[in-house]
Design a protein around this ligand. Structure first.
Ligand code: SAM
Ligand code: SF4
Ligand code: SF4
Length: 335
C-alpha cells in the first residue's frame, strides 16, 4: 500500500473543476481582490473531463476510494453530470460527493447528478439570517434559495445532506444555535467549521476564529451532545450526536485541533496541479505531463513519488509556519 513519509495512505481525492464562483464570500474570495478584472483561468487551461477521469483512474490504482468535486463553484462547470458519469465507472471509486454553494442546485439538476452517479452533497450555508448570509456571500444571495437546494438534494436521494457553516466571530456566531435548531431532527448534518487561514486573500485573524470547543459548548447548553466515533479513518469532522436522538452535527477544528495525523487527502486544482495539503504553496503540474503524452506508467510513477515523499502537516505546524508564507487560495484547489 502506498503511504507517505508519516505512514498516511492516499484515499481521498478532491477535484476542483473550476476556479470561478458566482459568490464572493468574504472569507474565501473577497470582492476587493476578486473583482471584475481578476484573471481567472481561460477555458483551455482547465483539465478536460477526459483528463480528470484519466488522472482519477490512476489515483484509484494508488488507493483513492472517494472523490469530492469542488471549486470555485463546481456547478458552474457545464455538464458536470457528464464528468460524474465518467468518474462513477472507475473501478475502486465507491463514493462521489460534491461541495456546492447550492445556488444552481434545482430539483432537476439534483436528479440529473444523482442519475449520473453522485452519492452525496455538502451545501454551504453560513446563516439563516438573510442579512448576515447576504453580507457573507456578498452577492445578496437569499437564504431561502439555499434551503430549497437542501430540499432538492434530499428529494433526489443525495443523502445525508451535509451543511457547511464557516463560523466567524462577530459576523455569524449568533447564528450557531438557530442553524443547529433548524436542522435538528431533519437527518441533515450541519458541520460547523472554524474560520481557516487558507490562502492569503481573506485577511484571516486568529481572534475571528470561534473555537470548536466554544461551538460545542454553546450547542450542548441547549441540547446535550455526545461525541461519537468517526465513520471512517481520516474523517475531517469530529462527530457529536444529540443525546435526545435528534441527529448529529460535525465540527471541523482545523485551527484548534489539527487532524493532520490521519490526513489521506490529495487535491487536484482546476488546471491540473496536485496539492498534497490544503495549505500548500506548491502544486505539481500534472496537466503538462498529460498534454506531453506521458504514459499511465509514467504518471503512476510521478504520483507515487510525490505521495511517498509527502510530509505535510501544516495545521500542526501552524504557529511556526504561517508567517510570510505564500499559500494557495481555497477557491483555487477546492475546499
Ligand atoms: N463553492 C462551493 C461551496 O462554497 O460550497 C465549493 C468550494 S468552497 C471553497 C468549499 C468549502 O470551503 C465551503 O464550505 C466554504 O465555506 C469553505 N471555506 C472557504 N473558505 C474557508 C475558510 N477560510 N475557512 C473555512 N472554510 C472555508
Ligand atoms: Fe465561492 Fe464557495 Fe468560495 Fe463562497 S466558499 S466564494 S461559494 S468558492
Ligand atoms: Fe491535511 Fe494539510 Fe489539513 Fe494537515 S493541514 S489536515 S496535512 S490538508
Amino acid at each position: 500500500m502506498l503511504t507517505d513519509v508519516l505512514g498516511r495512505p492516499l484515499r481521498d481525492l478532491r477535484i476542483s473543476v473550476t476556479d470561478r464562483c458566482n459568490f464572493r464570500c468574504t472569507y474565501c474570495m473577497p470582492r476587493v481582490i476578486f473583482g471584475a478584472d481578476y484573471p481567472f483561468l481561460p477555458r483551455e487551461a482547465l483539465l478536460t473531463f477526459e483528463e480528470i477521469t484519466r488522472l482519477a483512474s490512476l489515483f484509484a490504482v494508488l488507493g483513492v476510494r472517494k472523490i469530492r468535486l469542488t471549486g470555485g463553484e463546481p456547478l458552474l462547470r457545464t455538464n458536470l453530470d457528464g464528468l460524474i458519469e465518467l468518474l462513477s465507472k472507475i473501478p475502486g471509486i465507491d463514493d462521489i460527493a460534491l461541495t456546492t454553494n447550492g445556488s444552481l442546485l434545482s430539483r432537476q439538476v439534483a436528479h440529473r447528478l444523482k442519475r449520473a452517479g453522485l452519492h452525496r452533497v455538502t451545501i454551504s450555508l453560513d446563516s439563516l439570517d438573510d442579512q448576515v448570509f447576504q453580507a457573507m456571500n456578498d452577492v445578496s444571495f437569499p437564504v431561502h434559495k439555499v434551503l430549497d437546494a437542501v430540499q432538492a438534494a434530499a428529494a433526489a436521494g443525495l443523502t445525508p445532506v451535509k451543511i457547511n457553516m464557516v463560523v466567524k466571530r462577530g459576523v455569524n456566531d449568533e447564528s450557531i444555535i438557530s442553524m443547529a435548531r433548524h436542522f435538528r431532527g431533519t437527518g441533515h448534518i450541519v458541520r460547523f467549521i472554524e474560520f481557516m487561514d487558507v490562502g492569503t486573500a481573506n485577511g484571516w485573524r486568529r481572534d475571528e476564529v470561534v473555537r470548536a470547543d466554544e461551538i460545542v459548548a454553546a450547542i450542548d447548553r441547549e441540547w446535550p451532545l455526545t461525541q461519537i466515533p468517526p465513520e471512517h479513518p481520516g474523517e475531517v469532522a469530529t462527530r457529536y450526536r444529540y443525546t435526545d436522538n435528534q441527529g448529529e452535527i460535525g465540527i471541523i477544528s482545523a485551527v484548534t485541533h489539527a487532524f493532520c495525523g490521519s490526513c489521506n487527502r490529495a487535491r487536484l486544482s482546476s488546471e491540473g496541479k496536485l496539492f498534497t495539503c490544503l495549505f500548500g504553496s506548491k502544486g505539481w503540474d500534472l496537466r503538462q505531463r498529460l498534454r506531453d503524452g506521458a504514459s499511465d506508467d509514467e504518471l503512476l510513477q510521478v504520483l507515487t513519488s510525490i505521495w511517498s515523499k509527502r510530509q505535510d502537516r501544516y495545521s500542526e505546524l501552524r504557529s511556526q509556519a504561517s508567517k510570510d508564507r505564500k499559500k494557495v487560495e481555497m477557491f483555487h484547489i477546492g475546499g
